[in-house]
Design a protein around this ligand. Structure first.
Ligand code: XMP
Length: 319
């Protein structure tokens, strides 16, 4: 049911959740701090109360300051959660993995194994995810091609030991946002961040060092774009971020040759992420961004590229 009427959607969703997890059954909730899983967590905790425990995993693939921001946001949304620090486990799973689909599956499986362990400890046999329609549409299966395996759909292991509960499965992002406003979830309009996190913003092998470079480049893009939006020189984009590329490039500092990293900056507008248009940046914003990224990386990133491609033919994330 689409959310033309968020209050009616909430009532139906609470009933459906109670039917899916009959008393005294318990559930763990995969809470990333993103809008989808936060809305799912609010609904499920309203439906099941103490029988639902939200888990927020610090994967080591989060953006700058995201762990703190998420903790605050979940708290403001009234979600009771536990923080699990598991960065080492994710980097271990990603070691030597360069294929984008293999990466997504490595991240998806690692998440699920962690949730299974926590569910076993809590005596839960259900897993709640904030999966929305584009996640499973793009993940393919049956008649559809796999565009990319979203970590929470095709990235799930075949031997999943938990029953899935996905209250937002049929919704698009704009509908989730309408529901978030109805449920008083703060920051309903903030930009999406993919579940596999910086793993899909480091093209090639993901190491803690390369994730840190992608993290600082993403932070620079967010700050500069937010500033441009606040100054009124840029309409608020749907999504804006940097991706670390697997190429090295020649530069010069003073009269010394350098050989460093390159990032791509992507700023897009969209309604539901199924299609997107690349947004042009005012020249002074683009120039400041390039300076900012190179400076923040202490000269390790020496080339900044602007991605001008729409979706299609590209997707929003590089991988
Ligand atoms: P793409 O790159 O497929 O992305 O055009 C569409 C939207 O989805 C986000 N995205 C993901 N979100 N798990 C998620 O929760 C994923 O595996 C995933 N992959 C991409 C992406 O950031 C964009 O907003």
């Amino acid at each position: 049911m689409p959310v033309r009427d968020p209050a009616a959607f909430e009532t139906e969703a609470l009933e459906a959740i109670r039917r899916a997890v009959p008393s005294p059954g318990k559930a763990v909730i995969a809470a990333s701090g993103g809008i989808d899983s936060t809305v799912a967590a609010v609904l499920v905790q309203r439906a099941l109360g103490e029988r639902a425990q939200a888990l927020f995993v610090d994967t080591g693939l989060l953006r700058e300051g995201e762990a703190q921001r998420t903790a605050q946001l979940l708290g403001e949304a009234g979600v009771h959660f536990e923080l699990l620090s598991r960065a080492e486990r994710f980097f271990q799973a990603l070691r030597g993995v360069t294929d984008p689909e293999a990466k997504r599956k490595a991240v998806g499986t690692t998440f699920i194994r962690i949730f299974e362990e926590e569910a076993a400890r809590a005596g839960a046999d259900h897993l709640v995810q904030g999966t929305i329609a584009p996640d499973w549409i793009e993940s393919g299966g049956n008649l559809r091609d796999t565009i990319k395996t979203h970590h929470n759909v095709g990235g799930l292991p075949r031997d999943l030991r938990l029953k899935l509960v996905e209250p937002l499965r049929d919704l698009y992002k704009d509908e989730v946002r309408a529901l978030a406003r109805h449920l008083k979830v703060p920051e309903a309009d903030r930009q999406p961040f993919p579940g596999p996190g910086l793993a899909v913003r480091v093209v090639g092998e993901v190491t803690p060092d390369r994730a840190a470079l992608a993290r600082l480049a993403c932070a620079a893009v967010e700050e500069e774009v937010d500033r441009a939006v606040a100054q009124g020189v840029l309409p608020r984009p749907w999504q804006y971020f940097a991706t670390l590329l697997p190429v090295r490039t020649v530069g010069v500092e003073g009269d010394v040759r350098t050989y460093g990293e390159a990032v791509s900056v992507r700023v897009v507008d969209s309604r539901d992420a199924m299609t997107a248009t690349a947004m042009p940046l005012p020249p002074e914003v683009a120039r400041r961004l390039a300076e900012r990224i190179t400076r923040a990386s202490s000269g390790r990133i020496i080339r900044v590229l602007l991605d001008l491609t729409d979706k299609p033919p590209a997707t929003i994330e590089w991988e």
